[in-house]
Design a protein around this ligand. Structure first.
Ligand SMILES: [Zn+2]
Length: 117
């Protein structure tokens, strides 16, 4: 379950960024999760409960935004969004596409903190 180590690194990164605000608690962490990232959102949420305990993130909400698959089509030089994982073909010209631009990312988009003031 690699979601556990992902949560641990998110908690570490966020804890570091809020260290500049003593006493602050984290209200919300927003993630961008590519649909090809092979991270299971349910597992991520389960691990989130475990890894945020006794940290400044303990009561933080985890928001997950799905990032669709976007690929570059060499044939029509367009960036195309694929609706389905079944076919890696350009929806415009139906040529195969193989350059992935988005869809594998897992990144922290934003952090909301409550500095207690
Ligand atoms: Zn195309």
């Amino acid at each position: 379950m690699h979601e556990l180590s992902i949560c641990t690194s998110i908690v570490e990164a966020v804890t570091q960024s809020v260290a500049a605000y003593p006493g602050a608690t984290v209200k919300k962490v927003s993630l961008r999760l590519g649909v090809l990232s092979d991270i299971v959102e349910d597992s991520l949420r389960f691990c989130w409960e475990l890894t945020t305990k006794d940290t400044p993130l303990e009561s933080a909400e985890l928001a997950v935004a799905a990032v669709p698959i976007v690929m570059r089509c060499d044939h029509c030089q367009a960036d195309v969004t694929l609706e389905s994982l079944q076919s890696f073909r350009c929806p415009l010209c139906h040529e195969p596409v193989n350059e992935l631009l988005h869809g594998r990312e897992m990144e922290i988009e934003s952090i909301e903190i409550d500095d207690g003031k």
